[in-house]
Ligand binder design. Structure first.
Ligand code: HEC
Length: 143
């Protein structure tokens, strides 16, 4: 009995930590993003949800690509706070595209995410196409 109460309290404490913004990036990804992007980031290209595997790290090699990963509506309009988004995107890059992340790339910070979320993209497909075109010129092909 006593043991189960201790376990319950531990569970409650963990839940509170998540509510306060201490959630793990993986849990946040699963809760907020995986519904469209899939648990492994494979997306569903047939319906316009890009495959992030082996791809999102390349975005960091294009002008505005770093910003785009945060400014894209799925990221910028999430209910997560800026610190959670920063931690989660750093995790996503390692999880889905570690080999493509350029050496020395600084991690996203809460401040950077806040600035980017405040600065909405007027033309998401246009910006994406420009980034994809720029990568293509570097010999990198992304769908
Ligand atoms: C309702 C479905 C949906 C949800 C939920 C969603 N996304 Fe997306 N995401 C998309 C679509 C569609 C695109 C393609 C660009 C566009 O049209 O916005 C995209 C593109 C992206 C991209 C750019 C990848 C590329 O190749 O252009 C990133 C990064 C991304 N989403 C991150 C996230 C994150 C992080 C979350 C969770 C906080 C999230 N998304 C939630 C649908 C979704």
């Amino acid at each position: 009995m006593k043991r189960s109460i201790v376990a319950l309290l531990a569970t409650l404490a963990a839940t509170q930590a998540f509510a306060a913004g201490g959630g793990s990036p993986k849990v946040n990804y699963m809760l907020h993003c995986s519904g469209c992007h899939g648990p492994a980031g494979a997306g569903n290209p047939e319906v316009g949800i890009p495959d992030m595997r082996g791809a999102i790290g390349h975005f960091l090699k294009a002008k505005h690509g770093r910003e785009f990963l945060i400014q894209v509506p799925g990221t910028s309009q999430t209910s997560m706070n800026d610190a959670e988004v920063a931690v989660m995107m750093n995790w996503m890059l390692q999880q889905f595209s570690a080999a493509e992340v350029p050496a020395g790339t600084p991690p996203y910070t809460e401040q950077e995410v806040r600035q980017l979320r405040a600065n909405r993209l007027a033309d998401v497909p246009g910006r994406r196409a420009a980034i994809i075109g720029e990568l293509k010129a570097q010999g990198i092909s992304i769908e």
